[in-house]
Design a protein around this ligand. Sequence first.
Ligand SMILES: Cc1cc2nc3c(=O)[nH]c(=O)nc-3n(C[C@H](O)[C@H](O)[C@H](O)COP(=O)(O)OP(=O)(O)OC[C@H]3O[C@@H](n4cnc5c(N)ncnc54)[C@H](O)[C@@H]3O)c2cc1C
Length: 524
Amino acid sequence: MKSIDRNQLLESLSDSEKTWDIIIIGGGATGLGTALDAATRGYKTLLLEQHDFAKGTSSRSTKLVHGGVRYLAQGNIRLVREALRERGLLLKNAPHLAKNVSFIIPCYSRFELFYYSIGLAAYDLLAGRLSLGKTKRINKSEVVKRLPGINSKQLQGGIVYHDGQFDDARLAVNLAQTCLENGATVLNYTKVVGLLKSGSSICGVLASDTETGKTWNLRAKVVINATGVFVDEILQLDRPGSKHLIKPSQGVHLVLERSFMPSVDALMIPKTDDGRVLFAVPWHDKLVIGTTDTPLNEYSLEPVALESEIAFILKTASGYLERTPTRNDVLSVFAGLRPLAAPGDDSSQTKEISRSHRVLVAESGLISVIGGKLTTYRQMAEDTLGKAIAVAGLEPVPCKTANLPVHGSVNDKDWNDHLYIYGSDREKVLELINEQADWAKKIHPNYPYLRAEVIWAVRYEMAQTVEDVLARRVRLLFVDARAAIAASSITAQMMAGELGRDENWQNQQVARFTELANNYLLQP
Ligand SMILES: Cc1cc2nc3c(=O)[nH]c(=O)nc-3n(C[C@H](O)[C@H](O)[C@H](O)COP(=O)(O)OP(=O)(O)OC[C@H]3O[C@@H](n4cnc5c(N)ncnc54)[C@H](O)[C@@H]3O)c2cc1C
């Protein structure tokens, strides 16, 4: 397999004669899905990401591929049906990353048993032939057996239903690879800092390499703004003073040892004290608990969990778990921002703001895609391309992504082998050890991640920094922030060898990563 030469990709930007068919700003799931859709239809496609792929919200989700039981309760049938269809497609196209998981709703009254069994049966029905399994009622002892660690006081029984679960950042990395394989150019660490106009119409972007500061004027027939919570920044570049389209809503997750609930199944709490949904989901051999829904007026690439959100999750979880989790038990805390479409008025109740996506075309021809969910990224891309073709006057070509395998797609995998995330690349990662036996060593004694994975991330997954590797190629920052800090030194050393960097770079990388990872730790 040929390694990805990022410098060569950057050089391709210097061709001043070139006009791209489509330039996409933003390398989260939405932008990458759009780039893949465009490239597979045969359009000359460029995607620019200001930081790393999935640095934004697309690495900070609850990791569910779901229709959204909550949206069903709100009567949003169209959204649920669309998401359930997309859930089926993602499980088929990225079977190495997304899997069918049983979720158990513990019920504490006969009414709850009745209510949730009817609701979840409707969820199954909406999934149709893409259903992942039938909803069923189970008795109290089965709930306790399947969810060891659950608080069984007053428990009456439970409802088991099926949904999907995946690795969000890994999907982004694999989408970037699939884009490249289909002829697109995708670049991380390349920020759009301006828009080019011909008269009042957008005709390209001004992009800057965030490491060297080098800039390029890049021409395109259409420009797509897929920047999540940053959408309004690009709109301001287009038309200063534009109305804000996004209302960010923060969601926080806490990661605990799996021993708090050593189950294969996930726990779903459909109605917390303040009417939210809380999940406790096994993920990379830990337990991810979340989330919150806190309206914010500001946004950043590194949102920080509020104390009130942490307290809410710990308190709610302790009501359902036999062993009360405390701050000291939290291995990692991560926050993400939902790029929700703002309502017309300035409501701060983000639970009520639309979760469905919108594709908007500005007078200048700039296309912005907002809202949505990771689960529906492919449909969002298809809808966006529909608009882009019309705006740019491109020769229409039908969408090809519904049945397109994502890079690494393989059905034969062992979820207990941590290398499963590489799918069809698994053997190639291990083959690196033939080059240097040392690469078979782990980067941290308590975790299975190998030095070979660091090399793989640099050569084949465009990782540029220690953070890229430890946060989004292997997920150690999200799994255990302390262990990630401890692994940063060897990771920097391995990367420096590959990227031709000196000791100074290594020290800077370790210092920068340590500072960042400290935000994923709770002070006692
Ligand atoms: C707490 C939480 C839990 C969630 N759980 C789920 C879930 O379980 N399942 C689900 O389906 N969905 C879930 N979602 C929703 C889902 O994560 C988001 O809808 C999705 O990740 C948004 O992707 P995006 O590509 O639109 O935005 P992002 O992933 O944020 O990507 C936007 C990108 O644009 C880049 N960018 C910004 N400005 C520029 C610029 N000037 N130049 C270049 N690049 C730029 C940013 O760096 C960023 O990487 C959750 C969301 C949150 C917050």
